[in-house]
Design a protein around this ligand. Structure first.
Ligand code: GN1
Ligand code: MG
Length: 363
């Protein structure tokens, strides 16, 4: 990512006017904590909506995202379990609007009575997370993955992030102890980065449709009743590995301190991991092959490692990908992810046991 994005137009009402929802009432305020897209809440007489500009520095082909979302929405229509936010057509009938500046904007229904959580607060919420992710994989298990385009080619190809890391590293000498510690941590684990890619290439595990980014704040909960309603932030829905999704979900939900926690002191919380995996298994037990279950642990270990690598790479590359508020933030976030990896490794046998129990396999 190199070019700077276009500024947000001062008059977002003009963008909303491109969709047949009437004039906005009140202010159009920023929504959520996403690191990539620009997101706003809009209210009109017709209802409440989410207005979003897709980040084209990250997503090279946003029309492909919109085509995937339309396919997903059609597939989900009439099926119970999980809501997929409806896309509001633009006045020309397309599912998005292109501005003269070249930006792509879209409008989606704002699911009512829904909230996102910063952190999990209870075992029941953890169970809801597992059900939501399991339902997403269940919902899409009979949607042929090749019908969806790759919106971010190589998004979870961990070996590519390692290769990029080694290139970045070759061009500099570590500047402080925190960078050196991260690099040493990576060096000790280069042998595991290709584990899922190799299993895929060897035909051991299949491509399925994945969410790509099922972290805690991409899950909507019913505000009053507390059950999970939907997975949101569907830009990275594409063919992928369910191990990536479960791993990404757990690295987010089982980190009670969040992505900016206390560096190497952050822990992976088994008290939340167990109900998430058990509820996920309830939704997926009847269609996941045993090799896929066998490799869930690998995804749980790999995803925080991959995200740590991505944060560190961005830090070394001048913070051009993830939005930061200060220099050093991406480096700090890398240490948090590596701390999770270290703790996951220390608890490997407990994690494998809880997976086996959830899938009713002999340990
Ligand atoms: C990014 O945009 P956001 O906040 O939903 C990133 C994810 C990371 C996440 C870490 C397209 O997601 O992969 O896990 O930050 N999304 C993309 O918070 O790179
Ligand atoms: Mg995202």
């Amino acid at each position: 990512m190199s070019e700077t994005p276009n500024p947000i137009p001062p008059d977002l009402k003009a963008i909303v006017a491109g969709f047949a929802v009437g004039a906005p009432q009140g202010t159009i305020a920023p929504l959520g904590r996403g690191l990539i897209n620009d997101t706003f809440a809009v209210t009109t007489a017709a209802g409440c909506y989410v207005l979003q500009r897709v980040n084209q520095q990250v997503f090279p082909d946003p029309e492909r995202i919109m085509a995937n979302l339309a396919l997903l929405a059609a597939h989900a229509a009439g099926r119970a379990g999980l809501r997929v936010p409806a896309l509001i057509p633009a006045r020309d009938g397309r599912t998005f609007l292109r501005t003269p500046a070249g930006d792509l904007w879209r409008l989606m229904e704002l699911i009512p009575d829904a909230v996102t959580l910063d952190r999990l607060g209870s075992v029941e919420q953890a169970r809801q997370v597992g059900l939501a992710l399991g339902r997403f994989h269940r919902l899409t298990r009979d949607l042929e993955p090749t019908r969806l385009g790759f919106t971010l080619p190589g998004f979870h190809r961990t070996p590519d992030y390692l290769a990029r890391h080694l290139d970045l590293r070759a061009a500099l000498t570590p500047r402080d102890a925190a960078e050196s510690a991260c690099m040493a941590f990576i060096d000790e684990r280069v042998g595991m980065v290709g584990v899922l890619e190799q299993a895929l290439a060897g035909g051991l595990i299949p491509l399925r449709i994945t969410h790509g980014d099922p972290k805690i704040d991409n899950i909507l909960f019913h505000e009053a009743a507390g059950h999970a309603l939907a997975l949101i932030d569907l830009d990275t829905v594409q063919p992928g590995l369910i191990q990536h999704d479960l791993g990404d979900c757990l690295r987010s939900c089982c980190n009670r301190q969040g992505e900016s926690g206390e560096g190497w002191r952050v822990r992976f919380d088994l008290e939340f991991c167990a109900p998430i995996v058990s509820a996920y298994a309830d939704e997926t037990r009847d269609f996941l092959a045993s090799a896929e279950v066998e490799m869930l642990y690998d995804g749980i270990r790999l995803m925080p490692f991959e995200l740590g690598l991505r944060f560190l790479n961005d830090h070394l590359d001048g913070d051009r990908y993830f939005r930061v508020t200060h220099r050093g933030q991406n480096l700090h976030k890398a240490t948090v992810q590596f701390a999770l990896v270290a703790d996951i490794e220390a608890r490997e046998s407990d994690i494998r046991t809880l997976i086996d129990r959830a899938y009713c396999r002999a340990g």
